[in-house]
Design a protein around this ligand. Structure first.
Ligand code: GRF
Length: 211
């Protein structure tokens, strides 16, 4: 049976796009049922609609409280009966109850080598700290922001002269490699979490190193 995926975005949606395209090109046992944005102007909604994927907007500005937003978002998600929820550049902090509801079936991508640099401005912070490597992490979502069992990481060099835009481009290219891979492992039932560590049935590496 095909796994049902719902993807949450807030903007450009390039990670969402990489997942939609890999799902089709590689014939995953899955279907992206819906793309939901908290922002009505998210560019990624156009791509989704053009590819025949249901779209919805749950505007946080129209919700009276964080709890009301979480409830409206959960209702929009549950309408599609997903097996997996994928946060792809989704820029709202979700409450503990919301996270618990989807525990073990919600993934996020964060543009740093977690547990370093949770939160915003990861590339600038990595450069300012003199890091020689940076990267991205796909992890299961837990109540702590940008924290949770790590599925796969990509490492890229921080090059002399990098500014945050240059580093972001290098990291994003690897995000588009590791996020589809992590989602495929999930829909192929290959991920196991043991005492907070994610193992993968199979021999594909959970670390990608890029020059
Ligand atoms: C990505 O760098 C992602 O890691 C971060 O926000 C950015 C979203 O980009 N959380 P896109 O919307 O997927 O293009």
């Amino acid at each position: 049976m095909n796994k049902r995926i719902v993807i949450l975005i807030s903007g450009r949606g390039s990670n969402m796009r990489s997942i939609v395209e890999a799902c089709a090109a590689e014939g995953w046992p899955a279907r992206v049922q819906a793309v939901i944005s908290n922002r009505p102007d998210a560019a990624g909604l156009t791509f989704a609609a053009q590819h025949g994927i249901a779209t919805a907007v749950v505007d946080h500005k129209a919700c009276a409280s964080r709890d009301a937003f979480d409830a409206a978002l959960a209702a929009a998600i549950d309408a599609h009966r997903p097996d997996l929820i994928v946060l792809a550049g989704f820029m709202r902090i979700l409450g503990a109850d919301f996270v618990r509801r989807y525990e073990g079936r919600m993934l996020n991508i964060h543009p740093s080598l977690l547990p370093a640099f949770p939160g915003l401005h990861t590339h600038r912070r990595a450069i300012d700290a003199g890091c020689k490597v940076a990267g991205a992490t796909v992890h299961f979502v837990t109540a702590a922001l940008d924290h949770g069992p790590i599925v796969i990481q990509a490492v890229v060099p921080v090059l002399p002269g990098d500014d945050e835009d240059a580093l972001a481009v290098r990291v994003l290219a690897q995000e588009h490699v590791i996020y589809p891979r992590a989602v495929r492992w999930f829909v192929e039932d290959r991920l196991i979490i043991e005492r907070g560590i994610v193992k993968q049935r199979g021999d594909e590496p959970q670390l990608v190193m890029s020059a």
